[in-house]
Write a protein that binds this ligand. Structure first.
Ligand SMILES: CC(C)(COP(=O)(O)OP(=O)(O)OC[C@H]1O[C@@H](n2cnc3c(N)ncnc32)[C@H](O)[C@@H]1OP(=O)(O)O)[C@@H](O)C(=O)NCCC(=O)NCCS
Length: 279
């Protein structure tokens, strides 16, 4: 359990107060980074002015409706700080709150003991073998690079294909798609958007970020072809090590990746959180 504070006062952490926060050496934030973060998200962090303890909140995967506990100090005020942050997310209409990977790694059991739960679990896959595939493109399929004008169509496809926790935030996706090391491709048949695939790469390593086919068009080979297309492109650009994650319960995706030679690494990422309702 969180240690119960005797009498602790917590208040909103303003960006001008960032230098006074007691960040440990292994914090993901420097005071300057924290200041920048607080400027962007001014309502989502709290602290104990006396001790310098803190709970830094943000948005999970850029989502407007899913908050994140990014980092907390592990002292006497932790319980109250986290509770205050969760209350703020609830007041602001967030649908859920989850722990950042760092926070989950540091204090998962504490949160679970306080009623937080596993919302999902991701399995990590990796491919380091050669890619012998070169599938014939389904004749009705046309492929093009993503353009910002495609955002509305892609968002609706995304919402059909993925459980709500994994929906992309449209503006976050736009920022992601414009990154230099990211490639996004759309597949259409008869002018209708049926699927998309996206990946990012750095230093000869790649990550398959998204693969989705509209449920009504699933099972027709589009997903296999999009996967083959994306991996071939990565391979052609010199990438020899490709990672991806997929949900533990997503057997269709696991079967697909395994059939193409992706191997489970045994590494998993738990998504620890809670769904929020207005009280
Ligand atoms: C996973 C996904 C991309 C597969 O796309 P798809 O167009 O249906 O794939 P294909 O038609 O090429 O089928 C490839 C294989 O996927 C598996 N598969 C597809 N649909 C399946 C289903 N409903 N149940 C079980 N396996 C399924 C099968 O192994 C299939 O092999 P088969 O052709 O021998 O039957 C698609 O179902 C999807 O978008 N799912 C939701 C989003 C998602 O989970 N993305 C990937 C996780 S990050």
């Amino acid at each position: 359990m969180f240690r119960q504070p005797k009498q602790v006062m917590v208040s909103l952490l303003a960006y001008g107060e960032a230098p006074r926060v007691r960040l440990p050496w292994d914090s993901r934030f420097t005071p300057a980074m924290l200041r920048g973060h607080l400027e962007l998200h001014p309502r989502l962090s709290f602290w104990n002015q006396t001790t310098g303890e803190y709970a830094i909140g943000g948005r999970w995967r850029g989502r407007r409706d899913v908050g994140a506990v990014l980092e907390t100090s592990k002292g006497n005020s932790q319980s109250l700080l986290v509770e205050t942050l969760v209350t703020r997310f609830r007041e602001d209409g967030f649908r859920a709150v989850v722990l950042s990977q760092d926070e989950a790694d540091a204090a998962c059991s504490l949160y679970l003991a306080c009623g937080w739960r596993k919302l999902d679990r991701l399995l990590v896959y990796r491919l380091t073998d050669a890619w012998p595939y070169d599938r014939q493109k389904p004749t009705d399929l046309a492929v093009s690079s993503f353009h910002p004008g495609d955002l509305a169509g892609l968002t609706s496809l995304d919402r059909e294909a993925f459980p709500w926790l994994w929906w992309n935030d449209p503006s976050d996706f736009l920022a992601y798609s414009s990154s230099e090391n990211v490639a996004v491709f759309l597949a259409r048949a008869g002018g209708r958007l049926l699927g998309y695939v996206s990946y990012s790469s750095r230093n000869n390593r790649g990550h398959l970020d998204r693969l989705a086919v509209r449920p009504a068009s699933a099972g027709k080979g589009y997903g296999s072809w999009l996967l083959d297309f994306a991996v071939r492109r990565m391979w052609q650009s010199g990438i020899r090590d490709i990672g991806l994650t997929t949900q533990e319960t997503n057997l269709a995706a696991q079967e697909l990746y395994q059939r193409f030679g992706f191997v489970k690494t045994g590494e998993t990422h738990e998504v620890i959180g809670q769904e929020l309702s207005k009280t």
